[in-house]
Design a protein around this ligand. Structure first.
Ligand code: EPU
Length: 418
């Protein structure tokens, strides 16, 4: 298992490019199952979750030709397998995104239930209720969900909670349903609008993606397309928080400042200088930071995927503030590790109270999930001495070449084997 050794304190400065968005690339890959032709996806992040999804598609009969950050995918049509087994699904919950496309295209699908995960229970009841509303017969047996339908039929479905992959699953499935589907209380994350752009270029008829009501007119078939994935607002946002926590100056290129707005507004309130152009953002700090409370919520609120990184930042701000996590019930696993480095944080239910600034000192810390790991790396950048972040396989799921990007910005980071 690899770990990161970070020598601090350091200061991040310079320019880097955001990678393609992992959480846009995953549904885009799943969407290719709907196509009768070849779909080219460009700008994929070179991270483990993407390789896992590509392996799942190969298992389902898709021919996958990769060339750097581009991939050409040709599903094999009706003869493909319809199952996503536990071994693949357990390493990546996003495998559930195969369910909607498979049942829509083939009339049957069998996907292992994802089970628990480090950040919470994460049920998929809304994915299943939505598919049932489109006429699928859904059964749960032996840890698998099976969905069957001769052809899905358009309907009105209201999500009980806005769910990102739930919205994506239903959006994909309804593209091939007969008639009109209206989805209400949809998640509005930018990755959903990106998926809709891909589906539209494959021939789908979608109105309102990125808003809370999406209307889809089903079509009989979807075909070839070429699509570039949007920039990763979470990966990019992590480096901008890195600029802030180290009193640095980082310009993020190939980024959407509109998609980053919920983070940028808070960074500005906390005392950072933020210069936003449509496709690049600069964050710089030349004075003390002010403790600024946040609450996570679905887009356009503050993203839960930046909560852990932001909490690391608040350990360096002056005063007391709270971080209220409202999306997942167990997303404070970075807290004990930050405390071991010298942070003053108390957790009370969904609230974490942070008192700053704290002098962090390097320590051995354990990564528990993708974004918690990023938070520990950021803390390591500002801590004095050596921080060893163990189990960075979590980071490798979603951050492309993080150590190289950090080194390019002036950090001392080495990847070593334990
Ligand atoms: N929920 C339900 N029922 C469902 C689905 C969701 O109750 O059927 C609840 C969840 O338990 C949670 C809330 O709804 O409390 C929101 O969960 P959501 O379904 O939106 O999460 P997700 O689709 O499983 C995606 C991202 C996550 C990100 C969340 C929230 C992908 C592949 N994953 O997960 O990304 O945290 O949306 O924005 O898009 C990450 O990249 O580190 C990551 C965890």
């Amino acid at each position: 298992m690899d770990c990161f050794e970070i020598t601090g304190p350091g200061r991040l400065s310079g320019r880097i490019q955001a990678a393609g968005a992992k959480n846009a690339a995953l549904p885009a890959l799943a969407a290719t199952l709907l196509s009768e032709g070849t779909v080219e996806l460009r700008g994929l992040p070179l991270v483990r979750d993407i390789r896992t999804m590509a392996r799942l598609l190969e298992h389902l009969g898709t021919s996958v030709e990769s060339d750097g950050d581009s991939v050409r995918l040709t599903p094999s049509g009706t003869a493909v397998a319809d199952d996503a087994d536990y071994e693949l699904v357990k390493t990546m919950r996003a495998s559930i995104l195969a369910l909607g496309p498979l049942v829509a295209r083939l009339g049957h699908a069998r996907v292992s239930l994802p089970g628990g995960c480090a950040i919470g229970v994460r049920p998929i009841d809304q994915h299943l209720a939505g598919l049932e509303a489109l006429g699928a017969e859904v059964t749960l047996e032996h840890g698998y969900v099976t969905a069957k339908a001769d052809r899905l039929v358009g309907n009105r479905f209201r999500f009980a909670v806005p769910t990102v992959t739930g919205t994506e699953n239903l959006l994909m499935a309804s593209c091939l349903a007969r008639g009109t589907t209206v989805l209400e209380n949809c998640a509005r994350e930018p990755e959903i609008a990106d998926l809709a752009r891909l589906l539209t270029s494959m021939g789908a008829n979608i109105d309102g993606a990125g808003q809370d009501r999406i209307e889809i007119q089903g079509v009989d078939r979807l075909g070839s397309a070429s699509h570039r994935i949007i920039a990763d607002r979470i990966e990019g946002g992590t480096y901008l928080v890195g600029a802030a926590i180290t009193g640095g100056d980082v310009t993020l290129e190939h980024a959407s400042s509109a998609d980053l707005a919920p983070l940028l507004e808070v960074l500005e309130q906390a005392g950072c200088t933020v210069e936003a152009e449509p496709d690049q953002v600069r964050v710089a700090v030349d004075g003390p930071l002010e403790a600024t409370s946040i609450e996570t919520s679905p887009h356009p609120g503050f993203p839960t995927d930046l909560q852990a990184q932001y909490m690391a930042l608040m350990t360096q701000a002056q005063g007391r503030c709270s971080v209220h996590e409202t999306v997942f019930e167990n997303r404070f696993q970075h807290v004990p590790e930050l405390v071991r480095m010298g942070a003053a944080i108390e957790v009370d239910g969904g609230y974490a109270w942070i008192e700053g600034p704290s002098r962090l000192s390097g320590a051995h810390v354990m990564a528990t999930d993708l974004r918690a790991s990023a938070s520990l790396v950021l803390a390591g950048l500002v801590a004095s001495g050596t921080t060893v972040v163990h189990r960075i396989y979590h980071l490798d799921r979603g951050y492309e070449g993080m150590e190289e990007k950090l080194r390019r910005l002036g950090a001392e980071v080495e990847r070593t084997s334990e």
